[in-house]
Design a protein around this ligand. Structure first.
Ligand SMILES: [Zn+2]
Length: 311
């Protein structure tokens, strides 16, 4: 009997140890488990990847070549957002067809954050075509994108306080590289004579670029791509290009080429040849895994393409 009791006690102790080991393990898995973060555009996801590092699984809903003005959330996007800890979007009506989805996520209690939220109003540009109150294409002024990165950093360290030092270090490294990029852009645009600094593209995505780095900017379509370009827009721009002998115009990776090609033809019929200076990444980055598939690479590619075609 005594033997049986001591055997029972041993069994209980052994099970107790195993049970507490399992509990302890689960606990350590939980405390190391990654955050789940969904971003709308690749540019925002680039910030998140760099600041969240190995503490988060990150998803970008829109890949290369996707136009955020027209993008509608699919069922699978909605379930990705429902399963996320944090949802980041650009705001300023960039994701024009997703407003209701963001409202629903907020109602579900999801941390849903506009990365443009803390940019002072006097730094935002007002569109002249009645598209919302402000131009949403803030990522083309690298200094504004640094502010967007700060918003991501603050959100992450607020949500996950125990890793805030880690996020801080990553944030500081990231903005160091963005500051370098900003210096590069400022230096590079100087290769184009001042009177040649005119940037003509498929839609008005580059006003912040023009404003920050000294280019006059014109797009065939307005701030959004949701209304079609009219013949009048093409005629006016073609007259302008022929009159001012603009060397090159640019296609955008997230917008069909046809308007830019039509513009080139219209200029030709006025007796002047304008080149297509290359493809710019306007509202979406390049393919994942490529240099242009990073924010840094996208901006560098754009400025190099613009400068080399216009100088
Ligand atoms: Zn756009």
């Amino acid at each position: 009997m005594k033997r049986l009791i001591s055997l029972l006690i041993t069994v209980i102790i052994v099970f107790g140890v195993i049970f507490s080991l399992i509990l302890f393990n689960n606990k350590s898995v939980n405390s190391n488990s990654n955050l789940n973060i969904v971003s709308t555009t690749g540019m925002i996801n680039d910030i998140v990847i760099n600041i969240a590092g190995d503490k988060a699984e990150t998803i970008s809903l829109m890949g290369s070549g996707v136009d955020p003005h027209l993008y509608k959330a699919s069922e699978s996007d909605v379930s990705k957002m429902e399963n996320a800890n944090i949802i980041f979007h650009n705001g300023l009506h960039l994701e024009g067809k997703m407003a209701e989805v963001f409202e629903n996520m907020k109602k579900l209690g999801k941390t849903t954050v506009e990365v443009s939220e803390d940019i002072p109003e006097n730094m935002l540009l007002e569109p002249d075509d009645g598209y919302g109150t402000h131009d949403p294409h803030i990522w083309f002024n690298v200094n504004l994108w640094i502010m967007a990165s700060e918003k991501v950093y603050e959100t992450l360290s607020d949500y996950d306080k125990k890793n805030s030092e880690y996020y801080k270090k990553n944030y500081e490294n990231y903005i160091r590289s963005l500051n370098e990029l900003n210096d590069y852009v400022i230096k590079k645009v100087k290769e184009v004579p001042e009177d040649k600094r005119v940037l003509i593209t498929a839609h008005d995505a580059f006003n912040y670029f023009g404003n920050a780095y000294g280019f006059s900017v014109k797009g065939i379509q307005g701030i959004s791509t949701s209304s079609e370009a009219g013949t009048k827009d093409i005629i006016e721009l073609a007259d302008y290009i022929a009159k001012n002998k603009i060397k090159a115009i640019f296609i955008e990776s997230s917008i069909p080429k046809r308007n830019i090609q039509a513009l080139q033809e219209a200029v030709k019929s006025r007796g002047f040849n304008v080149e297509i200076g290359g493809e710019l990444f306007s509202d979406a980055m390049g393919d994942a895994g490529s240099f242009e598939g990073t924010y840094y690479g996208m901006v560098k590619h754009n400025v190099d393409t613009i400068v080399n075609a216009l100088k």
